[in-house]
Design a protein around this ligand. Structure first.
Ligand SMILES: Nc1ncnc2c1ncn2[C@@H]1O[C@H](COP(=O)(O)OP(=O)(O)O)[C@@H](O)[C@H]1O
Ligand SMILES: O=C(O)C1=C[C@@H](OP(=O)(O)O)[C@@H](O)[C@H](O)C1
Length: 281
């Protein structure tokens, strides 16, 4: 029994580490998970091109889905990804969502995608790769488009479809969410409340820009890449707990910003938003 699924990465509109309310938008780079069931009773995770990376998240995702069945299945889960790991682009949500849908598909179980997404969030909490559960990132990756969520209750507050060009800069460093300075993030809570209001009003560009300045301050990142992108972009922000930055706006404007971001160390690329979310393939 076999299943495959593909999940998009996402960028940040509101980091949930300040208040528990967060917002993210799916982007068109992805992670694919392939699940092969067997009768070994054991679950093995493999991450292509990263043999030393921690596979417990995808193993736990498969385990939680297999727990639904009485039979003692085993499984091999393999992910292949274009999403840089621990860079603020929601590699963990994409890996979890792809694994959950691939495992459900291998078992031939139908489930609402919002509920499937909560299994991945549970797995992320169980293995400790998240602070709030990151239902904001997970729901954007699972459903596509923009979502605004309350991660303290795993409630979807709004979902919207957008069609933006997106510029991403990923520096060579890594920043694991679980290591973020949460108390510093809580200090920018009043700014996060303002960002949530803007996002719930659909003013996503200004929301993400306010978010970016607040969380660059809280987490010690330079806001220079944001200032270089302004004033012409529709929005620009540190994504998640960094170190990537994301900007949205017109293609020509983003191409100009790209020239300036390309002088920074790391990778800069243009992509688009994604509205399909996670799908079995
Ligand atoms: N392709 C993948 N396959 C399996 N697990 C992954 C994959 N990508 C990321 N992860 C898991 O997610 C963790 C990184 O999560 P996190 O620090 O939240 O970064 P991000 O912002 O990219 O989601 C990794 O340590 C690993 O456990
Ligand atoms: O672990 C968490 O609870 C979160 C991590 C952050 O994202 P990254 O994983 O991209 O750093 C943040 O943006 C999100 O709102 C919540």
């Amino acid at each position: 029994m076999h299943g495959r699924a593909k999940a998009p990465a996402a960028g940040t509109i509101l980091n949930a580490l300040a208040t528990g309310v967060g917002s993210a938008f799916a982007i068109a780079i992805s992670t694919t998970a392939e699940v092969e069931l067997d009768d070994s009773g054991e679950i093995r995770g493999e991450i292509a091109d990263a043999p030393d990376a921690d596979a417990r998240l995808i193993e736990r995702c498969a385990e939680l889905v297999l727990d639904v069945e009485d039979e003692a299945f085993g499984a091999t889960v393999r992910t292949e990804s274009d999403v840089p790991m621990a860079s603020g682009l929601k590699s963990s949500s994409a890996a979890a969502n792809a694994t959950v849908l691939a495992t459900l598909s291998a078992l031939d179980i139908e489930m609402r995608r919002e509920d499937a997404c909560r299994i991945g969030v549970q797995a992320a909490r169980d293995v400790g790769v998240t602070v709030t559960g990151a239902f904001d990132d997970a729901s954007a990756s699972m459903l596509g488009g923009v979502t605004v969520t309350d991660n303290s209750t795993d409630e979807l507050l709004t979902r919207d479809e957008v069609d933006w060009d997106v510029l991403v800069w990923t520096p060579p460093e890594r920043s694991f969410s679980a290591d973020a300075d949460v108390s510093r993030c809580r200090q920018v809570g009043p700014m996060a409340e303002l960002v949530a209001e803007l996002a719930l009003d659909g003013d996503y560009g200004r929301a993400m820009t306010v978010n970016g300045f607040a969380f660059c301050g809280a987490l010690g990142f330079s806001a220079d890449p944001m200032v270089e992108a302004l004033p012409d972009v529709a929005g620009v922000s540190l994504s998640g707990t960094g170190p990537s930055f994301v900007a949205v706006g017109g293609r020509e404007v983003l191409e100009d910003v790209r020239k300036s971001w390309q002088s920074l160390e790391g990778t800069t690329w243009l992509t688009t938003t994604q509205t399909d979310g996670t799908r079995t393939i």
